[in-house]
Design a protein around this ligand. Structure first.
Ligand code: PLP
Length: 367
């Protein structure tokens, strides 16, 4: 199973891998290895209090919150995680990254890890991964890619260029319960250097001693590559899906979702009542209802209510987010059963609900 993942994503055959419950866990595993491989002392024995100098990790302001949580859990402290600004495309601004690293180095801080995202949660933006790989190499940093969503775009020949550079990661986290179309819970972490991976987690108490035969036989023990000992057989469903459908079909479905996202974005831009709030590089569409003369604060409240009504009336289940202070209806399209007509209904209903909500607008709220 792990071998298939490596092959599908262009990772070297010698890399190690672990199936975990979700992208958050996969990120935690990746950053745990990053920490022990780069801090330059025996962090498992000494803890971070032994650090001879402050350390820094770098990700964009759009990186997923699970990475911040991983940094916290690993005792590296929130302040060591730099949130690098993004450009209009919501991808990391490389100039800001280089400047921040230079300032840290000048202040005696050790850069240890750069985190790139393949498809951010908010907008589906992908950081310039090949450039991040270069920068990581220049500064002897670990390169972690959070591909929770975007990694499996690599299965589609049309989408593959978007995530180019991902295969240069030292660790790559990705979900199979997102664009792998698997039921919850299954995700994966791949680590380029298996020794670094095992050195981060392996513990061999007497009751877990390897044997040459019997139930304790076999060299590969997944407990030595992650946090869990007792584990479910997550690989089975993924293996079966790949056997039945094949990776090409998953890639075709991912592309179908992206095509639907583009269609939805087009419907939004065609409607005088709706406004697209971010570019649509993959399968996430962020938009809002708008109404002439209604200010941003009121539009935010109105769109929040509109979202809840969409959900409560059983019409559609977008989520919500805020982009540059504007509340957005966020559609992350990942269902292999979605059809173009679904998005036509969504747009029609957003306009209907939005118009009903603005019809009752008190005059004092008008700009
Ligand atoms: C970019 C990104 N990283 C990490 C995660 C966390 O994944 P999970 O919900 O599987 O823990 C998500 C979830 O949406 C995500 O979009």
């Amino acid at each position: 199973m792990i071998d298939w993942c490596k092959e599908m994503l262009g990772f070297p055959a010698g890399a190690s891998g672990l199936l975990v419950s979700g992208g958050s866990m996969a990120n935690l595993v990746g950053l745990a290895v990053a920490r022990s491989a780069t801090v330059g002392f025996e962090v498992r024995d000494e803890g971070m209090q032994a650090a001879p100098q402050a350390i820094a990790l770098y990700g964009s302001t759009e990186m997923h919150s699970s990475l911040q949580r991983a940094v916290e859990i690993l005792g590296m402290g929130n302040r060591s995680l730099r949130h690098i600004p993004v450009g209009d495309d919501y991808a990391m601004d490389l100039r800001a990254l280089r400047e921040t690293i230079a300032q840290d180095v000048a202040s005696g801080i050790k850069p240890i890890c750069v985190i790139g995202t393949a498809a951010t949660t908010n907008t589906g933006a992908t950081d310039p991964l090949a450039e991040l790989a270069e920068i990581a190499q220049q500064h002897a940093m670990w390169f972690h890619v959070d591909g929770a969503f975007g990694a499996l775009a690599a299965l589609s020949p049309e989408l593959r260029p978007i995530v180019d550079g991902m295969e240069r990661a030292d660790s790559l986290a990705f979900d199979l319960h997102k664009w792998g179309y698997q039921p919850f819970e299954v995700a994966c972490t791949l680590v380029r250097e298996p020794k670094a991976h095992k050195d981060t987690f392996a513990l061999t108490p007497d009751y877990l001693r390897h044997a040459t035969r019997g139930t304790a036989g076999g060299d590969l023990w997944f407990t030595e590559y992650g946090i869990q000992l007792t584990r479910g057989f997550r690989a089975l469903k993924v293996w079966m899906a790949l056997k039945v459908h094949g990776a090409d079909k998953l890639g075709r479905l991912a592309y179908q979702n992206v095509d639907q996202a583009r269609y939805l974005a087009w419907l939004v831009t065609e409607s005088p009542h709706l406004e697209l709030l971010a570019p649509v590089p993959l399968n996430v569409v962020c938009f809002r209802f708008r109404h002439a003369g209604v200010d941003d604060d009121r539009l935010n409240a109105l769109n929040e209510e509109l979202l809840i009504q969409l959900q409560e009336q059983g019409i559609a289940v977008p989520s919500g987010t805020t982009l540059h202070g504007k509340y957005a209806l966020r559609c992350a399209i990942t269902n292999h059963r979605s059809r173009r007509e679904d998005f036509e209904i969504l747009v029609r209903e957003c306009v209907r609900l939005g118009e009903a909500l603005t019809a009752g607008e008190p005059a004092g709220h008008q700009a």
